[in-house]
Design a protein around this ligand. Structure first.
Ligand code: URA
Length: 241
């Protein structure tokens, strides 16, 4: 018989991150074998105990899965869209397990997007305290000066917090500049807002790396499962052994 802590069980079942699972337990929403559990140290046997959240049974049915998708433009990263736009989940319709996107890319952005059913891994990869680097290939309007690059690197105040992007210029033309930009968090429209601050609105945005992973030659609209080595590297990035 192998038992594990209730909050770990809930995060492995994809209900929430461990921390959010603790809130759900504290709120009295979890029952183990018909009894409401609100304290933390409780252990469950996934093969024998019946765990319910809000009355619905929860099971760890699938082994943890992590996929990388090359997101095309024209898809939203929510599971459904009130405006009826296409959602990234449509691109994973053949995957037999329920997965969730790790963070978001804008509707018009492309590139590397991860999906997993491991709630704790998803939580850590998106939480700003883990500082996971994301690199974007960004095309902006106009010829970006060295001074603008320096201003970005010196730190830009967004929502009262400084962001320090690493910026490399790949191509400079009169009408547009192509950059590689690395940031260590995933705030709403982060790169677009940074570029607007220095007067160069974004024309194109593609995420080419996330933590230790690179998109490389994955075709647009397709996905692949990460190798064991890639999963291990991703977990090491967020201190998950
Ligand atoms: N920054 C943005 O502005 N948009 C994205 O989709 C990702 C990073």
């Amino acid at each position: 018989m192998t038992t594990e802590r209730l909050q770990k069980f809930l995060s492995q079942a994809g209900v929430a991150s461990r921390r959010a699972a603790e809130e759900i337990i504290r709120a009295g929403r979890v029952m183990v074998n018909g009894q409401v559990v609100t304290e933390m140290g409780v252990k469950v046997d996934p093969d024998r105990d019946i765990v319910r959240v809000d009355g619905r049974p929860v099971k760890v049915t699938a082994a943890p899965v992590v996929l990388m998708l090359h997101k095309p433009s024209g898809y939203v990263c929510t599971t459904s869209d009130p405006q009826g736009r296409r959602v990234v989940m449509e691109l994973l319709s053949r995957v037999p397990v329920r997965l969730y996107p790790v963070g978001r890319l804008d509707y018009d952005a492309t590139g590397l997007l991860l999906f997993t059913n491991d709630g704790e891994l998803a939580y850590r990869l998106t939480h700003p305290s883990y500082h996971v680097p994301r690199t974007y290939r960004v095309t902006v309007t106009g010829e970006m000066t060295r001074e603008a690059v320096r201003r970005l690197a010196a730190g830009v105040d967004l929502d009262g917090r400084l962001v320090y992007p690493e910026v490399r210029v790949n191509k400079r033309e009169a009408a547009k500049t192509v950059l590689e930009v690395t940031v260590h968090e995933g705030r709403y429209h982060l790169v677009k807002r940074l570029m607007e601050q220095v007067g160069h609105p974004v024309l194109k945005l593609k995420r080419i790396a996330f933590g230790p992973l690179r998109l490389e030659r994955l075709n647009r609209g397709t996905y692949r499962e990460l190798t064991e080595r890639e999963v291990a590297a991703l977990k090491a990035e967020v201190e998950l052994a």
